[in-house]
Design a protein around this ligand. Structure first.
Ligand code: NCD
Length: 319
């Protein structure tokens, strides 16, 4: 079977994962996002690029930033966007995912933005659309299980490029619950494709995937050692909802060893930036003084996320 992300002409049909996505495609999305950041500064924050398109936001799992920024992105492009509240939709009455999709296709959907707790749900939808000849409909993965969160990975790449310019010169550390993190998987895929020469993962051994070194990273369990001289610190939330059994000591002990405090951050370069996909847990993986400090770019990440999602939607729709 061909790569379900690409159409028969080799163009991006869906955005499901950053794994295997060519460097040129990633760079092109980042380049397309740049002019969209300026739309936010206008009095009328609208471009007619997706006028008349119907976009369905399907969030089967909680979200604040991702759901709202996708919705704002679609509205700024003048699409008709419908955000389904899945807890009050028919899936809670037993309708299957693909039956829900078929019904929304019968309403002439052009694009689905899907978040699901099951890894592979967006891929399943893309394969179903392909198998039923509905090649004009696009799927964007807005986070599936532990698998991937490609638009988060892309907005993170946009943020890094904005502050640090050249990926080929950077030391970057990803810190925290890598085992349960779809964000970390998408970040690692993009950072290795973009040629970051020094990519580190800092985590307790119980929160590292078993073959993580095969992803092209160096692992550290000592945070002070792992942060030494890095340009970018990418923090992760502890995904307690995905943890089966006790993988960790108490939150207080976790904070003591792996929480990012100003003292631990002082091991990184003085101009290092601190990123976090949100939601943040102050006092667990990150200290309030770091969140509110000069090096944090956590809120700019959210703002860039709108422009990056606009770029992805336009590219998929061929605009
Ligand atoms: C992340 C997610 O849901 O995967 N958040 C986000 O999309 N901004 C990370 C998390 O939940 O910790």
């Amino acid at each position: 079977m061909r790569n379900p992300q690409l159409n028969r002409h080799g163009e991006l049909q869906h955005l499901l994962t950053l794994d295997g996505l060519p460097r040129e495609v990633i760079i092109s999305i980042l380049d397309h996002a740049t002019p969209f950041t300026e739309v936010a500064e206008r009095e009328v924050k609208k471009l007619p690029l997706l006028r008349g398109k119907s976009i369905f936001n399907l969030f089967f799992e909680n979200s604040t930033r991702t759901r709202t920024t996708f919705e704002i992105a679609a509205k700024r492009l003048t699409a008709d966007v419908v955000t389904l509240n899945v807890s009050t939709s028919s899936t809670s009455k037993g309708e299957s995912l693909l039956d829900t999709i078929d019904n929304l296709c019968a309403m002439n959907a052009d694009m689905f933005v899907v978040r699901h707790s099951a890894s592979g749900a967006p891929v399943l939808i893309a394969q179903h659309l392909q198998a039923t000849g509905r090649d004009h409909i696009h799927v964007i993965n807005a986070g599936d299980g532990r698998h991937a969160h490609p638009t988060q990975g892309l907005l993170d790449m946009y943020t890094i490029r904005h502050y640090k310019r050249d990926f080929s010169q950077l030391s970057i550390a990803i810190v925290g619950d890598v085992l349960h993190s779809r964000v970390a998987r998408s970040q690692i895929a993009a950072l290795t494709t973009l040629g970051v020469p020094d990519l580190r993962v800092i985590a307790p051994k119980t929160l590292l995937p078993s073959a993580v070194e095969k992803m092209g990273v160096r692992t550290f369990s000592d945070m002070r050692e792992g942060l030494r001289g890095v340009d970018v610190v990418m923090m992760l939330r502890l995904q307690n909802e995905r943890m089966a059994g006790a993988l960790l000591p108490t939150p207080q002990e976790y904070y003591k060893v792996w929480g990012l405090t100003p003292e631990k951050l002082s091991r990184a370069k003085p101009d290092a930036i601190v990123m976090h996909p949100g939601p943040i847990n102050r006092g667990i993986e990150i200290d309030s003084a770091v969140v509110d400090g000069d090096q944090a770019v956590i809120l700019p990440q959210v703002t860039f996320g709108i422009a990056v999602r606009m770029a992805v939607m336009c590219m998929l729709a061929g605009q």
